[in-house]
Write a protein that binds this ligand. Structure first.
Ligand code: FES
Ligand SMILES: [Fe+2]
Length: 462
């Protein structure tokens, strides 16, 4: 039974016992960036979210028609298309964007469909090099800037001219090395969509990182359920409880409208729920075991968290020829996760430098695709390698098959292991909606509310 004190908080204002995350960050010897201390939680209601948001075909169609067609999404990274003629195809449901680097160095995005009879100019998910954009069906051909080059048998098309049949462009912009597209050619600027991201990330050098690892896995659940599995740390104690993780540490959840949410949770500190608390030496032993590094002695008077952060800074510094000693403990080892509506996650940390993207599988409402990128600092003394080939994993393939994930492979297996059961439960449940925690699961509610706003303001009925 919760204490009377906890029960009398207005909804959303109760917090887990122990120090707040912000207090923990303030206690670090190297102060965290001020933006990490910006607290921005809002209570968003506590009504159940109907399972029909995952199971209604009509709702999924509304998402394609009214949301995916009108929101900014990252399509690729600038490193995928460094030279004139490089292209990359980004697909979401029925929508397909052909992103091209022009002869003038400019990045443009076109609807991936021929102006003659519709054929897609490049295959789904493909990337490569092309001198021109030539349709494989009858050979109509466009320059890299979308202007008409030639159409065979032009005598038969007096009703076509170069202007009427140039390739229509969609909105495109670049943020910190990521190429964003919006299928709405009249979209509001990307910066407006990104909101606090541009300010919070101004000094974090994401553009100065390269893609070291790229894993794409098919998941047995709706894209929203997949994203939501990564929006809260409430699952950590149970889902990751069998092995080395398992500690439900203090976590802060923030909402930065209109499109951004964040969680921060620490590593290398005691869980307030652990009784008795671990000693600093025990914490350090756990942390080194988790990283798979050899055990180190705890220097007198030092905290495990600070020793771990220094170790990570030193190891990464040696690997990439860079100096990371100015980074705060939090920026070095914590799990700091920004979500950008509708489907993107960015982690600024040194040790946990991921980027995620979730997309629906157009062939099944109960399946989705999860792109997982590991972004490393560009080495000081040599060019960064080009983006790796995407490692494709099917539903039953373990993340431990993916080189480059190391110890994280097992963690992602745990994260994705519940999704099929949850999806079956959406349909077998007598209760017709999910109940969310007011604080710890507010980011899942935020995602659902934003989707609902885009698709017409009402929940689906099943
Ligand atoms: S459909 Fe593209 S040239 Fe005919
Ligand atoms: Fe997890």
């Amino acid at each position: 039974m919760d204490s009377v004190d906890e029960m009398t908080h207005p909804p959303g204002e109760a917090r887990a016992p122990g120090p707040t995350l912000y207090d923990q960050l303030r206690a670090d010897p190297t102060p965290p960036p001020a933006v990490l201390l910006e607290e921005s939680y809002t209570f968003l209601g506590d009504e159940d979210v109907p399972y029909a948001v995952y199971t209604s075909e009509e709702y999924a169609q509304r998402e394609y028609d009214l949301m995916w067609s009108r929101t900014w999404q990252w399509a690729c990274h600038v490193d995928h298309i460094p030279e004139a003629g490089d292209y990359y195809v980004y697909d979401v449901g029925p929508h397909s964007a052909l992103v091209v680097r022009g002869d003038d160095g400019k990045i443009r995005a076109f609807y991936n469909a021929c102006m003659h009879r519709g054929t897609q100019l490049k295959p789904p998910g493909s990337c490569g090099f092309s001198n021109t954009l030539r349709c494989p069906f009858h050979g109509w051909d466009w320059h890299l800037d979308g202007s008409f080059k030639e159409r065979p048998g032009a005598w038969d098309f007096p009703h076509v001219d170069d202007e009427s049949h140039r390739l229509p462009q969609l909105s495109v912009d670049v943020w910190e090395g990521f190429v964003f597209i919006n299928f709405d050619p009249d979209a509001a600027p990307l910066a407006e969509h990104l909101g606090v991201m541009t300010r919070h990330w101004a000094d974090w050098g994401l553009a100065d990182r390269y893609i070291e690892t790229h894993v794409r896995k098919r998941l047995p659940c709706n894209w929203k359920a997949a994203a939501e599995a990564f929006l809260e740390a409430y699952h950590v104690r149970e889902t990751h409880g069998s092995g080395q993780l398992g500690d439900e540490v203090t976590t802060a959840y923030d909402i930065f409208p209109p499109n951004v949410t964040r969680f921060i949770h620490t590593t290398g500190l005691n869980s307030p729920l652990r009784d008795p608390q671990l000693t600093e030496a025990e914490l350090l032993a756990r942390a080194t075991r988790r990283r798979g590094t050899t055990a180190i002695e705890l220097p007198d008077g030092m905290r495990a968290r600070d020793v771990m952060a220094s170790l990570v800074q030193r190891q990464m510094g040696e690997t990439y020829g860079r100096d990371f000693s100015h980074l705060s403990q939090s920026m070095t080892i914590d799990s700091i996760e920004y979500f950008v509506f509708p489907n993107m996650f960015f982690f600024p940390g040194l040790q946990l430098p991921m980027v995620y993207r979730f997309r629906p599988d157009p062939t099944s409402i109960d399946h989705s695709y999860f792109d997982l990128l590991i972004m490393r600092p560009r080495p000081a003394d040599r060019p960064a390698p080009p983006p790796p080939t995407v490692m494709e994993l099917d539903i039953d393939d373990s993340y431990t098959l993916a080189e480059g994930l190391g110890q994280l492979g097992r963690v992602y297996d745990e994260d994705t292991a519940n999704l099929a059961a949850q999806t079956r439960g959406f349909r077998s449940s007598r209760k017709r909606g999910q109940t969310l925690g007011n604080y710890q699961e507010v980011r899942a509610r935020f995602l659902q509310l934003r989707v609902r706003e885009h698709v017409g303001g009402s929940w689906p009925t099943d």
